[in-house]
Design a protein around this ligand. Structure first.
Ligand code: ATP
Ligand code: MG
Length: 206
């Protein structure tokens, strides 16, 4: 399976999402890193590569330039992209994958930018094959997560049922160079479970 994580807006959790979907797929297949899952870091900032270099991730991570060489050896490929893809880039991203995951935070500005991405996908004739993931959803009593969900549902935007709550554990995981389940934080397991729910939706419905 090839999953691409993209969004027009920067800093919405693309890299965090790509790392944890890859971690789930790698665990789910139960195969060695070499045979299971490859994360392609297609962002010139190389945040995913640096995450891996700071610690240890349970899958292979390569830069885009090495993707062609490594991809055939893996069962699953997750591609982390840079923000603000041009329309041609978006078209290439959509065509080359089984599922496009579009993370968005639930605030008004992020949703505005998200609708630009959705508009471009529709112009490309793409009505399915993508799903929006709400990330960094703040805790109760802030209700931006449920409001965003209602707005997107009313607009008919395909949306994951699961969402990723805002947890400091993700920032600790990135600093330590590990998946969130190995971060030293009492909410680490909650963060991991959020991504497991998203990944289960992908593996059961794709
Ligand atoms: N669920 C979350 N809870 C708390 N912090 C989060 C969460 N998801 C992401 N973050 C933090 O938000 C910041 C942006 O996340 P990330 O780097 O994954 O976004 P991005 O979309 O890949 O950004 P860029 O466009 O710069 O590549 C990081 O500091 C990350 O640790
Ligand atoms: Mg990133």
């Amino acid at each position: 399976m090839i999953i691409t994580v993209t969004s027009h807006k920067g800093g919405v959790g693309k890299t965090v999402t790509a790392v944890h979907l890859a971690a789930y797929l790698s665990w789910h297949t139960g195969m060695s890193n070499e045979a299971s899952t490859l994360l392609v870091d297609a962002d010139p900032n190389h945040n995913a590569l640096r995450w891996q270099q700071r610690g240890a991730l349970p899958f292979s991570v390569v830069a885009e330039e090495q993707a062609a060489e490594h991809a055939p050896k893996h069962q699953h490929i997750v591609i982390d992209t840079q923000g603000r893809p041009g329309k041609d880039d978006l078209e290439a991203l959509v065509q080359g994958c089984d599922l496009l995951v579009i993370p968005s935070m639930p605030d008004a500005l992020s949703l505005d930018t998200l609708m630009l991405t959705i508009g471009e996908l529709e112009e490309l004739g793409r009505k399915d094959g993508y799903r929006v993931l709400l990330t960094s959803v703040p805790p109760w009593p802030i209700r931006s997560g449920s409001k965003a969900r209602r707005t997107l549902e009313d607009l008919g935007v395909p949306l994951f049922d699961a969402e990723i709550r805002r947890r400091e554990a993700f920032q600790k995981a990135a600093i330590m160079g590990v998946p969130v389940y190995d971060a030293k934080d009492r909410r680490a397991t909650d963060g991991w479970n959020d991504y497991c729910r998203v990944a289960e939706e992908i593996t059961t419905q794709t």
